[in-house]
Design a protein around this ligand. Structure first.
Ligand code: FES
Ligand code: FES
Length: 157
């Protein structure tokens, strides 16, 4: 067992974990943060995406011990009193249907917009290519991210 110290959604955690425990299993099983879904467990679908020190990662591709010392944001910690603009945009633009891919889509979009505040449609598609959606056909997801970029710019004015 190895001890890890992490900050998850604003709360400091200190836990003994098996060295082979995946971050997604740590979040879901140890911390009960089941808002981070598992879609494939093989690093393909992006459903399990979280922010690790602000950057999006597939939490089924990271060991919990590799996150030692990091700040992690899951979909459950993204709203800070009110929804994050990306969450608002997904709601307003109908960027989801079943919602299974949505936590990962939203967190990948947060990272994308932090890197590129005014992305083109093709840059959005490229930025989210690691996230699979089986329902929407992606059109409304792209629209949501574009709208989120506008909301963030307006909020910054
Ligand atoms: Fe992690 Fe699919 S569950 S990428
Ligand atoms: Fe169902 Fe994306 S909304 S998988």
């Amino acid at each position: 067992m190895s001890r890890i110290n992490v900050n998850v959604d604003g709360i400091g955690r200190s836990d003994e974990v098996e060295p082979r425990l995946l971050l997604v299993h740590y979040l879901r099983e140890k911390l009960g943060l089941v808002g981070t879904p598992i879609g494939c467990d093989t690093s393909n679908c992006g459903a399990c995406t979280v922010l690790l020190d602000g950057r999006s990662v597939k939490s089924c591709s990271v060991l919990a011990v590799q996150a030692d010392g990091a700040t992690i944001t899951t979909i459950q910690g993204l709203a800070n009193g009110s929804w994050h603009p990306v969450q608002t945009a997904f709601k307003e633009c109908h960027g989801l249907q079943c919602g299974y891919c949505t936590p990962g889509m939203v967190l990948s979009a947060v990272d994308l917009l932090a890197e590129n505040p005014d992305p083109s449609d093709s840059e959005i598609r490229e930025g989210l290519e690691g996230n699979i959606c089986r329902c929407t056909g992606y059109q409304n997801i792209v629209k949501s991210v574009r709208h989120a970029a506008d909301l963030i710019q307006e909020a910054g004015k």
